[in-house]
Design a protein around this ligand. Structure first.
Ligand SMILES: CC(C)=CCC/C(C)=C/CC/C(C)=C/COP(=O)(O)OP(=O)(O)O
Length: 345
């Protein structure tokens, strides 16, 4: 009874306290954002670089204190519109996109993410002009070579990464296939982090290919029907052990569709974020804000998932005063996290 009365009095107080603190946080962030923009415009390049790195390190340290997504994926949309809006040749738009990708991959690795995948070229992209396809192939070769070299250099933060290029290779020229095999061979021993470049790829092609592999194993009597479980099926997909789930999928440029990507991997508790920014303009800060949101909901989710035994132990210890000296906000007072695949943005 007493607990009920306390709750009745406490709930509106906590709610108004949360509301006031939220208002202050939003006000502080918007003032900080404006001052930051002015600061970045007036300081010289060297100070700007130093400051950005300083902020990056702080954000990464804060994020590392909470849960970190294991698998992050990008649909990199908007390169051509970026080139057009900046009066640049189309090639420059894709080059800027390649630069953004490697920068974000490097930051994800630094944060402790285990795997990043990127939709670099869908099977449908072969319908683009011959010139654009050739430009993209040349860019991929250069960028993948750069990644593999960096992954072998112990002074580079990408050191220890594994590079995998996944998709239907039968659609590629012999030259390109040989190049891809070479960069994969160079990084095959990387254990800390895996970077999957999906090209030429579609989810349905991946699923169809996995069904083919399972059926082949069954016909050749290597497996029995009962062995085809969701988990074992996933293991045979292009993304290996990361096929089971994608924690965060980000699509840039404002389109709100999956375009035949991550269809198998987007299920309960996967977060899909659609952001309006064009891919080359997508920044570290925007990615971090998405990670913060994911981390916040995952913390609540994990708390809700703890066993009944843990919860009863907690209620016993909380009733003993000397074990419960400090008061925290209860996690129950926070909003419910999304329960299924959440589409934000
Ligand atoms: C290391 C590595 C693999 C680098 C990748 C380079 C890169 C970012 C490739 C993406 C290519 C692509 C088809 C983007 C989609 O934007 P779009 O061309 O459809 O642009 P739009 O939406 O404005 O038309």
């Amino acid at each position: 009874m007493l607990a009920k009365i306390t709750r009745f009095i406490e709930a509106p107080l906590v709610r108004s306290y949360n509301y006031i603190t939220n208002c202050f946080v939003v006000l502080f962030l918007s003032v900080f954002h404006r001052l930051h923009l002015i600061f970045m415009k007036i300081v010289p390049q060297s100070v700007r670089v130093w400051w950005q790195k300083f902020l990056q390190d702080i954000f990464i340290k804060i994020l590392r204190a909470g849960p970190i997504p294991e698998h992050v994926s990008f649909i990199m949309d908007g390169n051509r519109r970026y080139a057009k809006s900046n009066n640049l040749p189309l090639k420059k738009g894709h080059e800027a996109g390649g630069f953004t990708l490697l920068t974000l991959v490097y930051i994800c690795k630094k944060m402790g993410v285990k795997c990043v995948s990127a939709y670099a070229f869908s099977i449908e992209n072969f319908n683009r002009s011959e010139e654009e396809v050739a430009t993209l192939m040349t860019l991929f070769n250069a960028k993948l070579e750069e990644f593999a070299t960096r992954a072998k250099d112990f002074r580079d933060p990408l050191y220890g990464s594994k590079l995998r290029i996944i998709g239907d290779r039968s659609l590629l020229s012999a030259d390109t296939k040989a190049k891809l095999e070479e960069v994969e061979r160079l990084t095959k021993d990387g254990k800390d982090f895996t970077f999957y470049v999906c090209f030429p790829y579609t989810s349905r092609n991946d699923i169809q290919h996995t069904i083919y592999l399972n059926s082949k194993d069954y016909v050749e009597r290597k497996i029995e029907l009962k062995d085809i479980t969701v988990s074992k099926f996933s293991d045979k997909m292009y993304l290996d052990q990361f096929s089971k789930k994608c924690d965060i999928l980000i699509r840039t440029s404002g389109h709100r569709r999956l375009s035949d990507y991550m269809l198998w991997q987007s299920h309960e508790n996967s977060t899909i974020e659609f952001v309006p920014t064009l891919w080359p303009d997508f920044t570290f800060t925007q990615m971090c804000l998405i990670f913060f949101r994911w981390s916040f909901y995952t913390t609540i989710q994990r708390y809700n998932d703890i066993t009944l035994f843990d919860q009863s132990m907690k209620s016993i210890t909380s009733s003993i005063p000397f074990l419960n000296k400090r008061r925290y906000h209860s996690l129950e007072s926070l909003p419910e996290p999304p329960v299924a695949v959440s589409v934000l943005g």
